[in-house]
Structure formats: structure tokens, C-alpha cells
Design a protein around this ligand. Structure first.
Ligand code: F3S
Length: 286
């Protein structure tokens, strides 16, 4: 059986950077007590557990017993939480906000200062969207997730557009076009889509169309892994989403010549390696 792993499978740049920052900080001797992350560092229970063994624990709120070091995860946090954190002088802050998310926050801050009404294209419940949009003026922003939402755009305002970093490029383009058609004032568009997601989805799509079985590795609570699974499933019905190698079922590979493996942005290399080894073992034990 030929087993092919998508080149971009696994951690994106921002997630890798955040996990490495957490590991480095946990190793430092001046952090005598535990390091906290605000929310799980990534949506992968195996990574969260392995970091806990190294002294890195997620908390839900900063006043919840966190008195030493706090790591801000790659999605970033709301502006008001950042201010609260900055005012707590006892707290050592490690800001692992992905630089691409930071860039979107900075664009919005500047647009708000210049009187723009900010429109963010994305999922309003996603932590990245909540963090980025919080940098807009409290009364001058709108999060849109579909074309119907555009009815709520205040067309006489100066409008600034940003998107969630993982947004579909074509959907963002469509929204930009539609807004240009209805706007009666200045429209400024910021390019805030990150290539990492797009590249991974494209590579996974191509691989899914040329294999007999496709395996998607990643947390069940990871939105980007679930999206990847859906994309692959549309092309290859024999697509299986797993978190660990223990879930690989030998029956999936009966009559299969080619197997593809992809993984979400929050799946570490060591889990992908284990899955690969497990599939190879099944193949050689036939
Ligand atoms: Fe950053 Fe892009 Fe990953 S925005 S967290 S590198 S998906």
C-alpha cells in the first residue's frame, strides 16, 4: 500500500510558535510555579495533556488563581482582557498571539482611530474573531458570516473590511464586491487571510482525489480539522477523522492501494508520525 502524507499536514506557523513559546517558558528556571494559558493553547487534547505534564495548565479567567506566568494563545485575546493583563504587574505575560492575528488587530485599531466602521468576515463565536473585533470602536463594528448579513451594513459610514485569518478567499472576495456595490462612502479593504489554511485545504483536496482511503488527524474539537474532514469527505467517501493512532481500523484498508493522511493545524508531528507507523504496521502485517 502506498501511504502519502500531505506536505503541509499539522501545525501551522502560529501554532508551532505558540507551543514552542510555552515549552521554552515552562523550562525556564525562574518560573517556579506553573505556567497558565488563557483557554487551551490549541484544540488538541493530547497536546494539552502533554503540556500539562510539563507544567503548562489552561485556565478560563485570569483571576482564577493565576499569579505567575500567563501565555496568550495564537488566537489572541480581547483588547479589554489584554489591558487587564497588562495592569497586573505581578503577572509575567508571554504573548504568543500569531503575528498574522496581531496584524489584523493593528489594522482594526488604526481604522477605528480614523473613524471607520469595521466589518469583519468570519464566525462571531470563534476566539480569533472575538479578539480581533474587540479592537474596533464598540459601537462601530459588524461581524458577517453570510451574504444576508450585508443588509445590516451602515452604507453611509466609512467602511474598513477585515476577515478571519482562516476565511475562504473566494467568499471574502464576494463580500468585498458586494460591499463596493452598496457603499456610499470610502471602503478600505485589509488582506488578513493566512495562506496556511488555504494551502493545507488545497493539498488535502488534491490528495483525497487520488487515494482509496483518506485519514484526517486532529482534535474532535478543532474547527479547522473538522473543516478539513468535510472537504476530504466530499471528494473521498472513505474519509476517517481520528485523534490518535489507536482509532485506526484495519478494515478501512481492505482492497486499498493508496492511503492519504492529512492533519489539522493543531495536530503535532508526533501524532501524525504515530498514525503513519500504525498504517504501515497494518500494511506489513497483511
Ligand atoms: Fe497564524 Fe495562520 Fe496559523 S493566522 S495561527 S499561521 S492559521
Amino acid at each position: 500500500m502506498e501511504i502519502i502524507v500531505v506536505p503541509s499536514a499539522g501545525f501551522c506557523f502560529g501554532v508551532k510558535r505558540a507551543v514552542n513559546m510555552a515549552l521554552d517558558a515552562a523550562k525556564k528556571s525562574n518560573l517556579q510555579e506553573k505556567l497558565n494559558t488563557l483557554g487551551p493553547i490549541i484544540h488538541n487534547p493530547q497536546v494539552v495533556k502533554s503540556l500539562e505534564e510539563k507544567g503548562v495548565y489552561p485556565i478560563e479567567k485570569i483571576d482564577n488563581g493565576c499569579h505567575n506566568a500567563l501565555l496568550i494563545r495564537s488566537h489572541g485575546v480581547k483588547a479589554e482582557i489584554m489591558e487587564k493583563i497588562a495592569s497586573n504587574k505581578r503577572l509575567k505575560v508571554i504573548d504568543a498571539t500569531c503575528p498574522f492575528v496581531k496584524k489584523a488587530q493593528n489594522y482594526i485599531s488604526e481604522a477605528a482611530l480614523n473613524g471607520y466602521f469595521v466589518i469583519m468576515v468570519g464566525d462571531e463565536n470563534h476566539p480569533e474573531v472575538q479578539s480581533v473585533i474587540s479592537f474596533a470602536d464598540k459601537n462601530k463594528f459588524l461581524v458577517v458570516n453570510n451574504i444576508a448579513d450585508l443588509k445590516r451594513v451602515p452604507i453611509s459610514e466609512k467602511l474598513a473590511l477585515v476577515s478571519q485569518t482562516t476565511q475562504d478567499v473566494n467568499f471574502y472576495k464576494r463580500i468585498i464586491e458586494d460591499i463596493h456595490k452598496i457603499a456610499k462612502n470610502d471602503v478600505t479593504v485589509f488582506d488578513t487571510i493566512c495562506d496556511a489554511t488555504m494551502i493545507k485545504q488545497e493539498e488535502s483536496k488534491i490528495l483525497a482525489s487520488s487515494v482509496d482511503v483518506m485519514i484526517v488527524v486532529g482534535g474532535y474539537n478543532s474547527a479547522n480539522t473538522n473543516k478539513l474532514k468535510n472537504i476530504c469527505m466530499e471528494i473521498q467517501k472513505k474519509t476517517y477523522h481520528i485523534e490518535t493512532e489507536d482509532e485506526v481500523n484495519p478494515e478501512w484498508f481492505v482492497n486499498a492501494d493508496r492511503v492519504g493522511i492529512t492533519a489539522g493545524a493543531s495536530t503535532p508531528d508526533w501524532i501524525i508520525e504515530r498514525v503513519l507507523r500504525r498504517v504501515r504496521d497494518i500494511d506489513t502485517s497483511d
